[in-house]
Ligand binder design. Structure first.
Ligand code: DLL
Length: 434
């Protein structure tokens, strides 16, 4: 089922809608935000210069730093009396990035999240167990509102208390799980430990997962252990929260809600727009946001866009699952390392879980990389010699696949730190602000 008619418009009609909304947004930011007026003037562009969608390339980029510099509400284009909700983004250094929503913005967010649940096969018949954290993080309340919008029964479980979550999921007969992928796996491990019979105890049919980089191996494991369809959700607070894109059951590529968010892929270094299919940094312009419209926001997320028709009938452009961040790639003794590559190696190793942490540090003038990996409950009783063999095996595979010499440390299950419910994959102690 397709939730909204805007998801399957003819391209010409969608583009007409996008252009009109882009023109309105450019005009809105230019007249209402001194920051954008200055930026447009510096670039030598006015809202009237936007005569086609390609003209978006004349507009300046917005960066996370711009939001931080105007902390907390400096880029809002409405008085606070019209702002009905404030959220902030997780996990960077310094002040958080603050975002605001008018009533209309909330309606758009609810709608795109309703589309997400519909893509995951959800309807009023479903019971949604929402294990995303509630609070300033957009995950909890974003999924909350979307589930209610489609009329599903919503269980606002929030994060933490794993055993209790499993009990509720079982007793309330949840059919859709909403959580981060790593937490879904964590819940499965706890359920396994308590002797759950996955087939008979749980009624889950699908899950809506996102908020953190996730390898194909981890996705497959979540899908397999719970026996569910895996749907990936992408989004970020600066744009709206979760709901920017999600995949339907026909493919792994994520449909972008293009009638609300205009997407481009750029070369991070030059800022040039790249053609469809090529990987680069995702840049998003909000087309309907009222409280915090945003022009060409550099997400830092690396992906590619695809326009081949999808079997579901949606005509929206699709994006590949995030393959890394323009800024989370770490360089270890001259070698580029993506956490997802390390994860891939771990996913293909028996006896360990996908809970891991990469710690980059200095040893003298050289870089060193420690990788903590939680072993599975099953092998906790194995001998020290077996553990040593396993450790060596992972180190060898890392060297073979990534050309890095890492020191692997096997740790007990559920001991690696998490932050706001999200797995912390990389700790870079070489940076001054770490
Ligand atoms: O994480 C919004 C969200 C909540 C999305 C729940 C999906 C599910 P922020 O805290 O602002 O917002 O973090 C945004 O998280 O720029 C990506 O780097 C990362 N991210 C979000 N979704 C995915 C995903 C929420 N599906 C940042 N795959 C983004 C990989 C993701 N990374």
């Amino acid at each position: 089922m397709i939730y909204a008619k805007e998801e399957s418009l003819r391209r010409e009609d969608l583009q007409k809608l996008q252009l009109q909304r882009l023109q309105d947004t450019a005009e809105r930011v230019y007249t209402l935000t001194p920051f954008y007026k200055e930026k447009f003037d510096e670039t030598g562009v006015t809202p009237e210069d936007i005569q086609s969608l390609e003209d978006i390339q004349k507009l300046p980029f917005t960066k996370k730093k711009d939001l931080r510099d105007h902390y907390p509400f400096g880029l809002f284009t409405v008085p606070m009396s019209q702002v009905v909700r404030v959220h902030s983004s997780s996990g960077t250094t310094g002040k958080p990035t603050v975002v605001g929503y008018t009533k209309e913005d909330m309606d758009v967010w609810d709608e795109v999240m309703a589309r997400v649940f519909t893509m995951a096969g959800g309807s009023a018949e479903d019971v949604v167990h929402n294990a995303y954290g509630y609070g300033l993080f957009t995950g909890g309340l974003g999924f909350h509102n979307g589930a209610e919008k489609i009329g599903a029964t919503l269980i606002p479980a929030s994060s933490g208390f794993t055993d209790r979550q499993n009990m509720l999921m079982k007793d309330f007969k949840a059919t859709i799980l909403a959580s981060t992928p790593s937490f879904a796996l964590h819940m499965a491990e706890a359920a396994k430990k308590s002797g759950a019979d996955f087939k008979n105890d749980f009624k889950l049919k699908s899950g809506v997962f996102g908020a953190e980089p996730t390898s194909e191996g981890l996705k497959e494991e979540v899908s397999k252990v719970w026996g569910i369809d895996y749907h990936e959700v992408y989004g970020l607070s600066e744009i709206i929260g979760p709901g920017v894109s999600c995949n339907c059951k026909h493919s792994k590529l994520l449909h972008v809600a293009e009638d609300h968010f205009y997407v481009e892929i750029i070369d991070s270094k030059t800022g040039d727009v790249l053609p469809d299919g090529e990987r680069g940094e995702l840049v998003i312009t909000s087309l309907t946001k009222q409280a915090l419209p945003i022009i060409r926001y550099r997400t830092g997320d690396i992906t590619s866009l695809h326009r081949e028709p999808c079997g579901c009938g949606r005509t929206l452009v699709r994006m590949e699952s995030i393959v890394g961040r323009a800024d989370d790639m770490i360089i270890v003794n001259g070698v580029n390392v993506y956490p997802s590559q390390v994860e891939h190696v771990i996913a293909n190793t028996e006896g360990v879980t996908l809970n891991y942490q990469i710690i980059a540090d200095k040893k003298g003038h050289l870089d060193k990389l420690d990788i903590l990996v939680e072993v599975s409950d099953e092998i906790m009783t194995d001998s020290i010699a077996d553990m040593e063999r396993l450790k060596k095996e992972i180190q060898r595979e890392l060297a073979n696949n990534l050309y890095i010499n890492a020191s692997v440390k096997l740790v007990e299950p559920r001991t690696i730190e998490r932050s706001m419910g999200k797995a912390v994959r990389v700790v870079d102690k070489r940076r001054d602000d770490a």
